[in-house]
Design a protein around this ligand. Structure first.
Ligand code: HEC
Length: 150
């Protein structure tokens, strides 16, 4: 094979890739781009999915998600956040996050579920839409062994 052949093949391969790769100009867009807070919430939801699968499989927690501390300052969708209502729930969530990271191994499932509860508490008050998704984040605890009375 000559160098020229190789060159032609390389160009064909590159063009082929270019055809396969989706062009960014054709990606459908929402009418309004999501707010900074909405994007942060999406990260929080995928963090919880990862944390759940780690919990279920007995793997250590994912790295501490520092960016969640921006909750109270991230710009929300207009009209979505009243800080008087939102901020105490946000503080509670962040405290619960810290106790999940401080928890001993034996307490981690419970602390993880408390974190899901902290998501749900705020959502019940301010934005019920994602509750369906949030409720699926709980890790079921084993049934308590029935104890004999008397
Ligand atoms: C302090 C209140 C509060 C807490 C705690 C909270 N959220 Fe939210 N969440 C909101 C608000 C308000 C919005 C709407 C944000 C906007 O549109 O700007 C939202 C939006 C969302 C969305 C929709 C994002 C989108 O695509 O528009 C998801 C999913 C979500 N939250 C999941 C979670 C999860 C999972 C947790 C816990 C890890 C959590 N939230 C904790 C208040 C909260």
């Amino acid at each position: 094979m000559t160098t020229r052949h190789l060159l032609v093949l390389t160009i064909l391969a590159l063009c082929g890739l270019a055809f396969v790769a989706p062009s960014p100009t054709h990606v459908p867009q929402d009418l309004k781009p999501p707010s900074e807070l909405a994007l942060l919430m999406r990260n929080m939801a995928s963090f919880m999915d990862t944390a759940k699968s780690h919990t279920v499989r007995g793997i250590d927690r994912p790295p501490y998600p520092e960016q969640f501390k921006k909750m109270k300052t991230a710009t929300p969708t207009e009209g979505m956040v009243e800080h008087e209502v939102f901020d105490p729930f946000a503080d509670f969530f962040l405290t619960t996050l810290d106790s999940y990271y401080k928890a001993k191994k034996k307490d981690r499932v419970q602390r993880y579920n408390a974190l899901v509860q902290a998501c749900a508490n705020c959502h019940m008050q301010v934005c019920p839409g994602p509750l369906v998704r949030i409720k699926k984040m709980y890790v079921p605890l084993p049934e308590p062994i029935p104890t004999k009375k008397n």
